[in-house]
Design a protein around this ligand. Structure first.
Ligand SMILES: [Zn+2]
Length: 279
């Protein structure tokens, strides 16, 4: 847990769209009063509550100090144990693993392998019965209207990921990628791409590894926000057809973020044409 004592430089952080957080008055209040809030709720409040039955000191020690120690250690286990020992049913692209012990200790973070494979999913354990009380609380808040816009991975993607990993465990190699083999794509010049954007009323077209990819439908789903995606889209001025198009290959293929196998598969579904002009 040494890493928490170092202030890391997150250079990519400024690229993350955090407009939703900045709009939220509760998050803003918490952010600007973080230290007094943490000290009050973590240590002072337990003592005040304990004083109502005459044991402020006992409450401070157990509900303040000991509870903090236990909660921190359980939280940090997600970064150590959940990347060291356990099962990898969804993906082996990183070191994340699932473990029931951790699920019990952290109220659901046990399916950590799932979280890394499908980071935009609000659940940690995707099945309704997997031990994930956090998910049940979110679902309850959703019922009460306090939580909106829950996102979860598509059922077919979960199934595909499970089958992929099963195949790998059984045969030692990943299943053959069929779609790559019979790829018969149409070809576009830059002019075709410009026509497409002009005629489709400014759809969000990005260029990844020599492909024109229309990600308009995915804008609201992208875990990193839509602003980032739009910054890589083809911008055209209707008069004079002057255009600006920053290639997104580097950003997509690990420059900005490591996209999971599921994310790469999803991106391929949005491909429209092979680009004959290099950007
Ligand atoms: Zn992790």
């Amino acid at each position: 847990m040494g890493w928490i004592f170092f202030k890391s430089k997150y250079e990519k952080m400024k690229l993350v769209d955090r407009e939703d957080l900045e709009r939220d008055p509760v998050v803003r209040f918490q952010h600007s009063h973080y230290i007094p809030l943490a000290l009050f709720l973590g240590f002072v409040l337990p003592a005040i509550i304990g004083s109502t039955w005459g044991d402020a000191k006992g409450a401070f020690v157990w509900a303040g100090l000991v509870a903090r120690l236990a909660v921190w250690h359980c939280t940090f286990l997600v970064n150590s144990l959940a990347h060291w020992d356990g099962l990898q049913p969804y993906s082996d692209e990183d070191t994340s693993r699932g473990s029931l012990i951790l699920a019990i200790l952290t109220c659901g973070e046990g399916s950590h392998n799932f979280h890394h494979a499908f980071p935009h999913d609000f659940r940690s354990g995707p099945s309704l019965v997997s031990w994930d009380p956090s998910k049940w609380v979110i679902l309850l808040l959703h019922r009460l209207g306090l939580v909106t816009g829950l996102r979860s991975a598509r059922e077919e993607d979960l199934k595909e990921a499970l089958e992929y990993m099963k195949h790998k465990a059984l045969h030692g190699v990943p299943p053959l990628d069929q779609e790559e083999a019979n790829e018969q794509a149409i070809e576009w010049t830059i002019d075709d791409a410009i026509d497409y954007v002009l005629q489709s009323n400014g759809r969000c077209l990005v260029s990844i590894a020599g492909w024109a990819v229309d990600i308009t439908r995915y804008l609201g789903e992208h875990p990193g926000g839509s602003t980032l995606l739009r910054s890589y889209s083809l911008q055209v001025e209707p008069v004079g057809r002057k255009y600006e198009w920053k290639d997104a290959t580097w950003a997509f293929e690990g420059g900005l973020n490591n996209h999971s196998r599921a994310a790469i598969k999803r991106m391929k579904e949005f491909r429209l044409a092979k680009l004959t002009t290099a950007l």
